[in-house]
Design a protein around this ligand. Structure first.
Ligand code: EPU
Length: 337
């Protein structure tokens, strides 16, 4: 266990925002965390469980304890003719896990290549990209109760996965800390090339290898999304809004080229990036913050931004999209104050 006071979280959030946390406590194994909770139940104090810090915005200093479950390890739990079941520690870097799967020819995670963050965040946020979501490969999730320190195994159904959402994110009482995730990966090729740009890329390659798919995804992401090591950002700042078909039909009349995807018989998903781009925000800069030139969904820290500046820009964008399209954008990034 490591514990620090007045800890600068600059290196622990991909926006690269400097802010002080009253306390920072990181744990190397589950038992250590359980012992800690028995003495100091986390439900009784202000705290936040932090993963790779890739989907967070600190608006100022944090007057509480940041808890980091730094559990490592990838363990082969079970193997059948078709599948492997891997138990992975919450602190494992997400892309280290994806790379491990690709090297072993375990299919399912490759479309989620180079998403920043840790394994522990993958079920919380139900991370997704290029036609795949974490829920497609999650078998179960192991977590510790912040009050009692008891462990519980959440089955797939218990996780209540939705678009960038899950039981763990909805959990208002914030009762659980994810410690390990069990993924079920396929030993047989199981390609998902449904996402438009991927389909185009592989039009001439009928059966790309898992390695080729990973490489294509890396190129696609790198062409649109800034590398947080160079430009502070948290990926998509907003969720793609889900609206009714009636609302969608009205929008099509005014904006015939509007991209949308049907998600249900009576609902569709719009591209927030397109809306923000149409409203003229792409490439916009104000002071130390801006909207990424190649992808309007991404807000950036040009170097010395404060969390408050990024937050204020996001509020301006939300108001502008409401005015222009009568659509209420929701933040995908979690705001911490
Ligand atoms: N578009 C624009 N202008 C822009 C951005 C997008 O016109 O500035 C248009 C594109 O041309 C396209 C549509 O909007 O027609 C959708 O854009 P894109 O395919 O880039 O995907 P997205 O909806 O913007 C989502 C995820 C990303 C994920 C990509 C790829 C959300 C909020 N975002 O973005 O996830 O990588 O699909 O699957 O669902 C993240 O969550 O942090 C993230 C990066």
């Amino acid at each position: 266990m490591e514990q620090y006071f007045n800890f600068d979280i600059k290196k622990h959030n991909t926006f690269g925002i400097s802010a002080l946390a009253k306390e920072w406590i990181s744990f190397d194994d589950v038992k250590e965390l359980q012992q800690f909770i028995r003495k100091r139940p986390l439900t009784k104090e202000k705290h936040f469980v932090i993963g790779g810090g890739s989907n967070l915005l600190f608006i100022g200093d944090y007057d509480g304890a940041l808890i980091k479950a730094n559990f490592q390890g990838i363990e082969l739990l079970e193997e059948s003719e078709k599948y492997v079941y891997l138990k992975v520690g919450a602190g494992v870097i997400w892309d280290y896990f994806v790379d491990y799967c690709v090297k072993h020819n375990y299919w399912g995670a490759e479309n989620l290549s180079i998403i920043p963050g840790t394994v522990g965040a993958s079920p919380v946020q139900n991370i997704g990209a290029y036609g795949v979501e974490a829920q497609d490969i999650i078998f179960d999730v192991r977590a510790i109760n912040k009050e009692t320190s008891n462990e519980r195994i959440f089955s797939f159904d218990d996780c209540e996965f939705g678009y960038r959402n899950s039981f763990f994110k909805k959990d208002n009482k914030q009762e659980w800390i994810v410690t390990e995730v069990v993924y079920r990966l396929s030993k047989e090729a199981n390609r998902n090339l449904s996402y438009g740009p991927l389909k185009q890329l592989f039009a001439e390659v009928p059966e790309p290898s898992i390695k080729e798919i990973r490489e294509a995804i890396i190129k696609l992401r790198e062409s649109k999304l800034p590398d947080p090591k160079e430009i502070g950002n948290a990926g998509s700042f907003f969720k793609n809004p889900i609206i009714s078909i009636e609302e969608n039909n009205k929008l099509i009349q005014d904006y015939p080229q509007i991209p949308y995807y049907l998600v249900d018989i009576d609902k569709s998903k719009l591209a927030a990036g397109w809306l923000i781009d149409q409203a003229g925000w792409r490439g916009h800069e104000q002071g130390e913050v801006g909207v990424h030139q190649k992808q309007a969904l991404v807000l950036i820290n040009k170097g010395k931004a404060t969390g408050k500046e990024i937050f204020e820009l996001s509020e301006k964008i939300i108001a502008s999209i409401k005015k222009e399209f009568n659509i209420k954008l929701e933040k995908e990034v979690i705001i911490i104050d």
